[in-house]
Design a protein around this ligand. Structure first.
Ligand SMILES: Nc1ncnc2c1ncn2[C@@H]1O[C@H](COP(=O)(O)OP(=O)(O)OP(=O)(O)O)[C@@H](O)[C@H]1O
Ligand SMILES: [Mg+2]
Length: 152
């Protein structure tokens, strides 16, 4: 397991990290996004989905009410999931997250379905920085985490 930690001073830095990870994400990857309310999970997912969809203006609503928002570019399916509101991990079955094994899946509040998400290909932890400034991102992955091009 590889681990990288990055300080993100502002929202733009969160977007840059999302794009840098977007380069590394592969078809079939699950990306678990951990962090408290307002930590920046949706902000991160929005930026990476826009990057993968090659559409900077794509409307990416928070899936906190719909639970699941699907996207598709050519044959690549991208799923954006928020498990905050589920009451039991069984509810995830109904979402059909694994219908397409090549789908790239971003999951906010993955800890609400731990058995499904604990082996995610990417685990990204977002926390508020010291003195409440910015965010600290911890990125864990089975893949190499090459953030050489990341300038924050
Ligand atoms: N690096 C950063 N520094 C400071 N603020 C940031 C940073 N990245 C994102 N933000 C801000 O943090 C907020 C994150 O909101 P967001 O909806 O993404 O949180 P969330 O983790 O998805 O919360 P929820 O659990 O409610 O879904 C936004 O207001 C965004 O501008
Ligand atoms: Mg969110």
């Amino acid at each position: 397991m590889k681990i990288k930690q990055v300080f993100l001073p502002n929202e733009n830095a969160t977007k840059k990290l999302a794009q840098a990870i977007g380069v590394l994400v592969k078809a079939g990857d699950m990306i678990a996004l951990y962090g408290d309310l307002g930590a920046g999970k949706t902000c991160f997912a929005r930026a990476i989905i826009r990057f993968l969809m090659k559409d900077e203006n794509l409307n990416i609503p928070s899936p906190s009410f719909a639970l699941l928002q699907p996207y598709q570019k050519d044959k690549q399916v991208i799923l954006h999931v928020d498990l905050y509101r589920i009451k039991h991990p069984d509810e995830v079955e109904e979402l059909g997250l694994f219908d397409d094994e090549n789908a790239i899946i971003f999951i906010e509040w993955p800890q609400n379905a731990p058995d499904l998400t604990k082996n995610a290909d990417w685990q990204i932890y977002l926390e508020t920085g010291e003195n409440g400034l910015g965010r600290v991102a911890k990125v864990k992955s089975k893949h190499e985490i090459n953030l050489a091009g990341l300038e924050i």
